[in-house]
Write a protein that binds this ligand. Structure first.
Ligand code: DCM
Length: 183
């Protein structure tokens, strides 16, 4: 593919993922992702949020912890066994945008596929991306709010991309991570 065509695709799919991000209910950071085959077909899209089926009114969407409660009922009689209260913030509940995009591709990720994401993937997502068979990722942004979890160290994620031979474009720079020796 020539350079102009690649740039045009990157622009078009970046706009799509930014539009996807607008659907996120995260109070601080809205992320979007678009998965595209090597021949330019959109395979799937995603944004960050609680899994399908979760009740949004009872899921935290903030960095601050909230009080949450649940009951354990006897599955047969419906009688209360125990009541529990705890505190949690959004982080354990948020499916990241890239994971939603990969999940809704239902395992159909042809070689040459490219995943467009707004923010640099965390190491758990990097592992899933490596597992998925994606060949390339495009990261739109490199500057995040200082309190965002997106500022975490990227070494493990890059190392995983090197292992899986995944190209990384970040802020317009296209790179091939490769495993190296400690000096
Ligand atoms: N590569 C990433 C990293 C994070 N997230 C999600 C998890 C949270 O919902 C939000 C980050 O929140 P915050 O900026 O408040 O740490 O973005 C995501 O979808 N994709």
């Amino acid at each position: 593919m020539n350079e102009d065509r690649r740039k045009l695709r990157d622009e078009v799919y970046s706009q799509m993922m930014l539009a996807q991000a607008r659907l996120s209910k995260d109070a601080n950071t809205q992320m979007g992702a678009v998965l595209v085959s090597g021949d330019g077909r959109v395979l799937s899209t995603g944004y960050n949020g609680a899994p399908k089926g979760f009740d949004d009114s009872t899921v935290p969407y903030t960095r601050e912890k909230q009080k949450l409660a649940y009951d354990l009922l006897d599955a047969d009689s419906g009688e209360l066994i125990s009541h529990h209260e705890f505190e949690a913030n959004k982080y354990p509940f948020m499916v990241h945008a890239e994971i939603n995009a990969l999940h809704y591709a239902h395992g159909k990720v042809p070689p040459g596929s490219k995943l467009y994401v707004i923010g640099f993937p965390c190491e758990r997502c990097a592992l899933e991306i490596a597992l998925s068979g994606v060949s390339e990722i495009f990261v739109a942004k490199d500057d995040y709010d200082p309190n965002s979890s997106l500022n975490n160290c990227r070494d493990t994620a890059y190392y995983m991309f090197a292992q899986a031979d995944i190209l990384v474009t970040i802020c317009g720079k296209r790179m091939r991570p490769v495993i190296s020796k400690c000096r």
